[in-house]
Design a protein around this ligand. Sequence first.
Ligand code: EPU
Length: 417
Amino acid sequence: MDKLIIKGGNKLKGDVQVSGSKNAALPIFVSTILAPGKNEIRNVPFLRDINTTIKVLESLGAQVVGNGHIVTIDTAGINSCEATYELVKTMRASVLVLGPLLARFGKARVSLPGGCAIGARPINLHLKGLQALGAEINLEHGYVEAKAKRLKGARINFDISTVGGTEHLMMAAATAKGETILENAAREPEIVDLAQILNQMGARIEGAGTDTVRIQGVTELFPTTYSVMPDRIEAGTFMIAAAITGGDIRISGMKPEHLDALVFKLQDAGVEITSRDNVVRVKAPKKLKSVNIKTRPYPGFPTDMQAQFMALMCLAEGASVISENIFENRYMHVSELLRFGADIVIEGNSATVKGVKKLSGAPVMATDLRASASLILAGLAAAETTEISRIYHLDRGYESIEKKLAALGADIVRVKE
Ligand code: EPU
């Protein structure tokens, strides 16, 4: 297993390029099931979760060929409608194949994902929505078995804003008979990216990015070529890397408008942020100020940036209150940040972070993807050496993060444990 060794204290400087978005690429890959033939997906990030998605598609009978950041997915030969526990347990987004398989073949058998490090994460709303579209759903031996002759359009009102649920039902409804209306839909930019590729395939989806998505079902979808949007969470993580190290960096290829909530909070903390032609300059202040955040569905403050922002607040002047409102267990990084000498107290879903003068490097363990990112950020700012083990979590969602940080002047290396 690999670990990262960081000698903290270097101010980051220079330019960094953002990779394609993990959370957009995953459903986009899955959507190719609906368009039999050769689909070409561009700007694909090199990540473990992408490899897992490729394995899922190959296990169904698709042919997948990668060439740098371009991946060709030929879904004409799909001949299995089953996604096994082995695959779904390693990446819960694999469950999204259920709807597209059902839509294309009239049946599907997909393992239930189970819980994960950040919360229970049920898929009840995905299944309720598929039932509303006319699917017969049975849960047997840990698997969801779904059947339907042809899905039929319906009006679906989500109890909670769900990113995966909105994406899943948008895909399932694309070839359903008649109109589907998704109300209280999630509005994340990744949903807009998915709607764009589906529309390029011939779907008729309107309103993606708002809370009401209308889908006029079509009879079939056709293969296409599509370029994945930039990863807003990777971009946000680099913004905080600059802020926490007293740095001054330029981030290119990102869409700053996808990160408004984070940008406003960083500016409140004193960070200087300017942007021109999708290049964003982030300059740390002499002293960071404490600010409070509450995670919310988009366009609110993203839960996927909570751990990283907490690392930043550990070094701000004053006290900051951070509330996590999306996942019930997303504070796994707190006990590790305490090992750096941070002052954090959790009560219910809120954490009070009192800024300290300095963090000191420590051996720590990564517990999930964004928690791992927060430990790197703390390590970059901490005095002396930090060793982060179990970094396989990091490889799920950040492409070559240690190389990108090293190019910005960080002293960070990956070694075999
Ligand atoms: N929920 C239900 N029932 C459902 C679906 C969701 O109760 O059927 C609950 C969840 O348990 C959670 C809330 O609704 O409390 C929101 O979950 P959502 O469905 O929006 O999350 P997701 O689709 O499973 C995606 C991202 C996550 C990101 C969340 C929230 C992907 C592959 N994953 O998950 O990304 O945190 O949206 O923005 O797109 C990450 O990248 O580190 C990550 C965890």
